[in-house]
Write a protein that binds this ligand. Sequence first.
Ligand SMILES: Cc1ncc(COP(=O)(O)O)c(C=O)c1O
Length: 414
Amino acid sequence: MKNSQLLKIAEDFGSPVYIYDSEIITTQYQRLMSAFNKVKRVKINYAVKALSNISILKLMHTLGAGLDTVSIQEVKLGLAAGFPAESIIYTPNGVSLEEIETVAALGCRINIDNLSILEQFGTKHPHVPVCIRINPHVMAGGHTNISVGHIDSKFGISIHQIPHILRIVENTNMTINGIHMHTGSDILDIDVFLYASEILFETAKNFKNLDFMDFGSGFKVPYKSDDIETNIEEFGEKLSERFNTFCKTYGKELTIAFEPGKFLVSAAGQFLAKVNVVKQTTSTVFAQIDSGFNHLIRPMLYGSQHDIQNISNPTGRERFYTVVGYICETDTFANNRRIAEINEGDLLAFKNAGAYCFSMASNYNSRYRPAEVMWHNGKAHLIRKREIFDDILRNQIEIDILPQKKSIKAQVHM
Ligand SMILES: Cc1ncc(COP(=O)(O)O)c(C=O)c1O
C-alpha cells in the first residue's frame, strides 16, 4: 500500500489503527498452495489465533482454507464466518473434556494432545475419530517461548508414548484419522521441518485409518526487505516428494495439511501510531507513540523486531530513535533504530503487524483497543470499531460500597 493511502486511513479512522491488505493474504495463500501442487490433497487450515477478525476469516473461507482453532470461541467464530464444521480442526491444549466434547458435537475435527483426555474421550465417544498431536522432541523456533516441540514442552504426546496411545486405541476401539505436529514458530531451516516430518511419517505407520497428516506450521517470514525467510518453494518440493512416496507405501492418498498463521497474515498487516512526544534525554532520543504493549506486545513478549517507517516524512534524514509507548511500564518497540527524522504528530507504520498483534491486544492501562481496517479491492473497509469508554465499563458491576466493618481481630489489636 502507498503511504498516502495509509495516511488517509489514519485520517479517516483515527490512530492507532491496524490495517490488513487482503491481496497480500491471497498471494501468500496461493504461494503455499502452489508449493504443494504436486500433492493431490492439500488443506491449509488458517491458524485463527494469529488474527481472528471475522472479515479475515471470511476472506480465508473464500480462498478455500479451513481453520485451525484452539478454543471453542475460535470455533464459534469460524462457524459464524461460514466455515462448515468439518473444515475446522480443533487443537486445544490443557482444556476440559467438556469443551472438547462440545466442539466434537458441533462436528469439528478433534486433535488431542494428551493421554488422559485421549483415554477419556475414546472411552465415551469411540465413534468420533480423532487426530493425535505428537511431540516429536525437536527443538525449533525463533524464541524459547515459541518453541513447542521439544522434550520439555507441554504440547503433544511424546513419540516415546506411542505404545501407550496404541493401547488406548485398542482398548477403546476409537479411530485415529489424523496425525499432527507443530514444533514452533519462526523456523528458518527447512531441514528442521524435514527432519521433524520424518518423525511424523515414522509415527503415522502405526495408525492404519489415517485420512490426513498435519505438519503444523512455524514458517519464518521476513521482517524487513533483505530479511531471510523459510524457503517455502524448496520445502514444498522436497516434502511433497517425500509425502507422495509415503502415501504409496501407506496404501492410501492422504491429505497433507498445514496450519499457518504468520505466513498468511503477518506481512499483510501494518500498525499505524502517532508520535505524541519526541523526548531527548542525556543518552537517547525517544519517540513516544499513542500506543504501547497493550496494542502490540510481541517486541516485549519475545523480542520481535518490527520494521518501523515514518510515513509522514519518509525521505527525511535518518536518525536514531528508541521507539516507546505510553504504558506505565517499559514498552519498547525498537532500540536505537534508524528512522527518517521524526517530528511530533508524525505517523509511524509498524510492519508485519498482521499476526499476533491485534489478537494479543488488551485494555491494559484502561486504554481502548484500536480499530481494524481491511484494504480490499482498492478500498478501506472498517472491520472493527475502535473501542469507546462504554466498552471499558461493559461487564463491570458497580456495587454499593458501605463503610467496612472492623474485624474482631483488628479491634483486639487497637
Ligand atoms: C498448534 C499451532 N498451529 C499453528 C500455529 C501457527 O504458527 P505460525 O503463526 O508460526 O504459522 C501455532 C502457533 O502458535 C500453533 O500453536
